[in-house]
Design a protein around this ligand. Structure first.
Ligand SMILES: [Zn+2]
Length: 344
């Protein structure tokens, strides 16, 4: 491999384009962003977003409300609630799938009678088959997707609902299942426990963190804002986001909304301001010219996002550049006519 100055390597790597914008924002001091260590440098994690201590068992078990528990390992969380008649689990993420049966046993001898599957994604429900006696509950779209996959780790639910609302009552606890329309994934639902003011939704807001790459392979990026607003319409105090290290609250969801709206509006604005120049590539190679334009838009918007949110949300610089391009494509294809103030 040719020797290349490290700064030049950073500039040439699209994966760290966000890091390259740090210096321009003033957030990256030479001590944090330009030290001569191996690999790209990123912003430090805010204290509230850092990993929490993990006991010797290999996972964290924390109470949620008066009969619920969060089981965390890595950056994933699963949840269960102990009712009068049995345990209701919300998802069975891959990272905690071996721990969930142990965690339930530490708390109760009652069987897991129901598992609500928030959506079909493998990383959230690949542990479902470890509970073969449970009844699985999801939106109809989730069941349809799971029927296509024929994955033995992800059973097809036997209790499904179409439309926007369904209420599941188990052993004195009420679970409202709310579908706000296509969002991170078709069929991805909010689970709301009104008695305890707990709202859970996977992969839409990660408490304390900026959005994951391409909003986690999002099906419909504008629908993410609709989903966030559907959560904020609820009377809740505890927010469970299924990822990162801690339990969230209303402020986390409001921050997620603010970030989304700024990213959307600033991308829309930059698309108007940054000039598209076909002369940067061979005549007729519009994809190459568009690639240059996309990157210029992303450079501008990701620098603004890092400047505004880099101290409050974790890892804004990791995926901002990629996610601005995802929003740009969404603006160009899903709904180019959404006015900025309709989302603000
Ligand atoms: Zn997902």
């Amino acid at each position: 491999m040719n020797q290349m100055p490290r700064r030049a390597m950073i500039r040439r790597s699209g994966a760290v384009a966000g890091a390259a914008t740090l210096a321009a924002t003033g957030l990256a001091s030479p001590a944090t962003a330009a030290t001569e260590t191996d690999g790209p440098q990123f912003l430090p994690l805010p204290d509230h977003a850092k990993p929490l201590p993990v006991p010797a068992e290999g996972y964290r078990l924390e109470p949620v409300g008066d009969n619920g528990y969060a089981v965390s390992a890595g950056s994933a969380q699963g949840y269960f609630f102990v009712t009068r008649t049995g345990v209701v689990m919300l998802d069975a993420p891959t990272a905690v799938s071996n721990y969930l049966p142990l965690a339930v046993k530490r708390i109760t001898d009652k069987p897991v009678t129901h598992m609500i599957l928030t959506h079909d994604h493998n990383d959230h429900i690949s542990g479902a088959a470890k509970f073969p006696d449970a009844r699985f509950v999801s939106h109809k779209m989730t069941a349809e997707l799971l029927r296509v996959y024929t994955d033995p780790d992800r059973p097809v639910p036997d209790i499904t609902f179409a439309g926007t609302h369904h209420t599941l009552r188990v052993g004195g606890e009420r679970f409202d299942l709310i579908y706000p329309g296509a969002n991170h994934e078709h069929g991805n639902i909010i689970v709301y426990l009104p008695r305890q003011k707990i709202a859970m939704m996977a992969d839409v807001v990660a408490p304390g963190w900026a959005p994951f790459l391409h909003y986690g392979n999002a099906d419909h990026i504008p629908g993410i804002l609709k989903a966030i607003d559907a959560v904020l319409d609820l009377d809740f105090e505890i927010f469970l986001g299924a990822h990162t290290y801690r339990i969230g609250d209303r402020h986390d969801v409001e921050m997620g909304r603010a970030f989304f709206v700024d990213q959307w509006n600033w991308t829309r604005q930059a698309m108007r301001e940054v000039r598209f120049d076909p002369s940067v590539a061979e005549a007729g190679n519009l994809w190459a010219a568009q690639s240059v334009w996309f990157n210029r838009v992303a450079d501008q918007v990701s620098a603004r996002l890092i400047d505004r949110y880099g101290k409050d949300l974790a890892a804004v610089d990791a995926f901002a550049h990629d996610n601005v391009k995802a929003v740009l494509i969404s603006l160009g294809t899903d709904d180019p006519n959404i006015p900025a103030d309709a989302l603000a």
